[in-house]
Design a protein around this ligand. Structure first.
Ligand code: HSE
Length: 297
């Protein structure tokens, strides 16, 4: 009587779209099993070796479900078993996958009483446990799929965007970057000149996606505000970007708050060539890494 679902990795901050643009990957996915219980409340179990907390209020899936329970019929309870394939702290939405998967599964068990927007709102409580910030740029694409724009968090305004086929190469150098730290280091003020360049790129990227204009997408994948600050935390960042562009990538940047780096390509052979270029950079640097070649889904 368990419901099984697969909750996808996501890339937040789609280069110029810090906190507002994100997309879902076809893989990797966490596997989650959920069922309704006779006792009210939440039980969490992990079927992996990441030693994540299981106390519901301290667990991202648990915190999301506690938010959902407040709006669910009295006496509702869930048991959740999570097998994570998305490494915590890798920068491809590991916490969002747990939080989003939990509320999507719970909603299915309750007969789909909540809208997708309500599910995003519940899942953001999980994100808050993970990073101290209720950002939705991983949660929304995990729940809606594809590319999403979070035009506003308060009130919540999620805009799903259509996009042409895009292949994604993600490299995860094996260092850990805590999202909370990566947020702390950002400057609170932005010069007007940089802001103008950034919103021109966001508009260009959205137009490029809607019009399936790969050249425009490529030109717009530029971040003049966050990347210059955060990229210093990531060994090999500049080399990965340069080699990937030489291999034919349209562009890319830091995935979420890092340390993963993602690159978009028009076709699968290019995405594989980008993977080879990334591999060369980290082999030369002697840094351990994982690479995923996937698609926006
Ligand atoms: N937008 C968030 C941040 C995503 O960069 O802090 C974190 O995954």
């Amino acid at each position: 009587d368990f419901l099984t679902l697969y909750s996808p990795a996501t890339v937040a901050n789609m280069v110029c779209g810090f906190d507002v643009l994100g997309f879902a990957l076809e893989a990797p996915c966490d596997t989650m099993h959920l069922r309704l219980t006779n006792q009210p409340g939440i039980t969490i179990e992990h079927e992996d070796d990441f030693n994540l907390p299981t106390e519901p209020a301290r667990n991202v899936a648990g915190a999301a479900l506690l938010a959902l329970l407040k709006a669910a019929p009295a006496g509702t309870g869930f048991e959740v078993r999570i097998r994570k394939a998305i490494l915590p702290g890798s920068g491809i939405g590991s916490s969002a996958a747990s939080a989003a998967g939990a509320v999507v599964g719970a909603n299915r068990l309750l007969g789909s009483i909540f809208s997708r927007e309500e599910l995003v709102r519940f899942a953001m409580f999980g994100e808050e446990v993970a990073s101290g910030a209720r950002h939705a740029d991983n949660i929304a694409p995990a729940i809606y799929g594809g590319v999403t724009l979070i035009r506003s968090v308060e009130p919540l305004d999620v805009v799903p965007l259509s996009a042409p086929p895009l292949h994604v190469t993600v490299v995860h150098p094996q260092i850990e970057v805590r999202t909370a730290d990566a947020r702390q280091m950002l400057k609170q003020q932005v010069p007007l000149k940089a802001a103008i360049r950034q919103w021109a790129n966001v508009a260009g990227l959205v137009a490029g996606l809607l019009q399936a204009d790969y050249q425009l997408i490529g030109r717009s994948l530029e971040d003049v505000i966050v990347e210059p600050v955060r990229s210093i935390l990531i060994p090999g960042f500049a080399a990965v970007k340069a080699r990937s562009l030489e291999a034919g990538a349209l562009g890319g940047g830091i995935s979420g708050s890092g340390p993963s780096i993602f690159m978009l390509s028009k076709d699968e052979p290019t995405a594989q060539a980008v993977a080879a270029a990334m591999r060369t950079v980290y082999e030369q640097l002697g840094v351990d890494f994982h690479i995923h070649v996937s698609t926006i889904n």
